[in-house]
Design a protein around this ligand. Structure first.
Ligand code: NAI
Length: 417
């Protein structure tokens, strides 16, 4: 008999799982209560990158005189938003097409477990042999007094603005905060980032994060690290953000908009996890390497399981879950997940940071190559660096020119010899 796979959520985790399950000859039903493509395509990665493209073009034109082109950019933000919407629609339609081509039945509605063995969508039972939960995440709302002021927005709101705010205060210097800062600073906002930790982008290699912070500051972004927001006060035309700085001083920073980007939480409240007896930690579904929950016929993938909340991680886990659900053993290993932060300059990385290798007491080396020494980078006006952190005990070759213990090293050119 053809196995029935039910997938809850149509983001990059769910729709990839659906395709993989269909390829493995299952009868697949996918339930989605919003738009196919989930956060990534509709209110996350894709629209952010579209607005970033507009802002980068704007920035490049502003600086074109240095390359011998005199031009002054004029921003049409309405047109930028329409361009963003076109890109999103095209990709969402692409996913619809993929579902059709793979004979995945798509139900529009909210799925809820009514018992361990039954799921209903808007009051109707949907039969299944195995379920893959891929319901993603929603922005976290920190308990800051005044957080519900009308000027406070989340990342979805920051993508839907109808005009560039004159003053944008960003609570949280993580990936969302920094990407939005890059977009709106280039488009002319006065941007202030308030980050609780001692450096922005906590999971990124500190040296690289510091370099990016210095660059953001150099283009006029104000960044308060080690600072906390104590209160947000609605002033009708704007909000006053009361911040306690790392030096213990209190200051008030006015913002026409206040973007709150302090992380995301699993979107599982409507699922009825407790009714089904699915193990979770404050809503974050607990899974093993095979993406299986404590129930043998229920799998979960992507943001709703916590971990790295990245689209490509959800997709990889979706394939693993579909394969296991259909009797093809597979497991997910996140050790080589690539990560990227779409700023200017961009950050991309894979593997452990220097802080992580130190914490794991790995005998490591550091190689650095300045991009200013690379012809193409220099031509494009890019600087920054490539940093490579090999495990000293695994290295191939003589390693000449490289010092042990993570001390500063050498120009990576020596490894091209
Ligand atoms: P995040 O976890 O990356 O950063 C949140 C930041 O807020 C942290 O630096 C934290 O120290 C700070 N923070 C927390 N509470 C605070 C407070 N009360 N005051 C000041 N700072 C505070 O979360 P973010 O940026 O909201 O992103 C959510 C998820 O979306 C992340 O898991 C991220 O991986 C994903 N994402 C990935 C992108 C990419 O890969 N390029 C782009 C955008 C989002």
């Amino acid at each position: 008999m053809t196995p029935k796979i039910l997938i809850i959520g149509g983001g990059p985790g769910g729709y990839v799982a659906a395709i993989r399950a269909a390829q493995l000859h299952a009868e697949v039903t996918l339930v989605e209560n919003g738009q196919l493509g989930g956060t990534c395509l509709n209110v996350g990665c894709i629209p952010t990158k579209a607005l970033l493209h507009t802002s980068q073009l704007y920035g490049e034109i502003s600086e074109a005189a240095a390359y011998g082109v005199n031009a002054t950019p004029v921003l049409d933000f309405d047109a930028a938003q329409k361009y963003k919407a076109r890109v999103v629609n095209q990709l969402v339609n692409g996913v619809k097409g993929l579902m059709k081509a793979n004979k995945v039945k798509v139900l529009n509605g909210t799925a809820t477990f009514t018992t361990k063995a039954t799921v209903q969508v808007d009051g109707k039972d949907v039969p299944f042999d195995k379920v893959i939960i891929a319901t993603g995440s929603t922005p976290a709302i920190p308990p800051i007094p005044g957080i519900h002021s009308p000027q406070c927005i989340d990342s979805t709101g920051a993508l839907a603005l109808t005009e560039v705010p004159s003053r944008l205060v960003i609570v949280g210097g993580g990936v969302i905060g920094i990407e939005m800062a890059a977009i709106y600073r280039t488009l002319g906002s006065e941007v202030t980032i308030v980050e609780a930790q001692e450096e922005i982008l906590p999971p990124i290699d500190r040296e690289i994060a510091t370099l990016l912070r210095e660059k953001l500051v150099a283009v006029g972004t104000r960044i308060e690290v080690g600072a906390t927001v104590e209160e947000i006060t609605d002033k009708v035309s704007h909000a006053d953000v009361t911040v306690r700085t790392s030096a213990g001083q209190t200051m008030v920073i006015p913002g026409d908009k206040v973007l709150v980007a302090v992380g995301r939480r699993a979107n599982t409240a409507a699922l009825g996890l407790d009714t089904a007896g699915i193990a979770h930690d404050r809503g974050q579904i607990t899974v093993g390497a095979q993406q299986q929950t404590n129930l043998p016929n229920v799998y979960a993938i992507g943001d709703c399981t916590g971990g790295s909340m990245l689209a490509h991680v959800a997709s990889a886990q979706g394939e693993v879950a579909a394969e296991n659900a259909l009797g093809h053993p597979a497991s997910y290993d996140g050790k080589t997940n690539p990560a990227c932060v779409y700023t200017d300059p961009e950050i991309a990385g894979v593997g452990l940071t220097e802080e992580q290798v130190k914490a794991q007491k790995i005998n490591y080396l550091v190689g650095r190559f300045p991009l200013s020494a690379n012809g193409k980078s220099l031509i494009m006006g890019a600087d920054g660096l490539v940093k490579i952190i090999p495990d000293r005990d695994c290295r191939i070759g003589s390693g000449d020119g490289v010092n042990a213990g993570g001390r500063d090293v050498h120009n990576l050119r020596s490894s091209h010899r």
